[in-house]
Design a protein around this ligand. Structure first.
Ligand SMILES: [Cu+2]
Length: 134
């Protein structure tokens, strides 16, 4: 695995940042090189989905474990108003899961904005929408 990564680094300058990240993670945490940036794996409600009834909470699952102090999610309506309860946290018992309660949501489209830091200290962020009641 490490030999393949070294070859990739020599052959592709654009990948050096990622290779460095993986190498750093492996060095610092003595964990498999798979422990890298945390990317969104899936969510509930699902990315881009339309749900019939308003969900009481938003849940996001990531590809790596998260640093709770630096990982958060917020949800806004089409006017940019916050509709999450402001209690976003990494789930107890599952460090790859981020969750927050939601205020009662009228029909509409909502934006989910997440910012996380993975166990190798690297920051990733993203956003997606879901729709209620349409
Ligand atoms: Cu990383």
């Amino acid at each position: 695995m490490r030999i393949k990564l070294a070859n990739a680094a020599a052959g592709d300058v654009a990948n050096r940042g990622l290779i460095w990240c993986l190498a750093l993670a492996a060095f610092l945490f003595r964990t498999p090189v798979a422990l890298a940036h945390a990317f969104l794996d899936h969510a509930a409600p699902a990315v881009g989905s339309s749900v019939a009834s308003a969900p009481a909470e938003i849940k996001l699952w990531f590809t790596e474990q998260l640093e709770p102090a630096f990982s958060s999610v917020e949800v806004t309506d089409q006017f940019g108003n916050r509709v999450d309860a402001g209690d976003a946290k990494v789930a107890r018992g599952d460090a790859t899961q981020l969750e927050a309660r939601l205020k009662p949501l009228p029909p509409g489209t909502y934006k989910v904005i997440w910012h996380v830091v993975s166990a190798d200290t690297h920051r990733t962020e993203g956003q997606f929408t879901f729709t209620v009641g349409r």
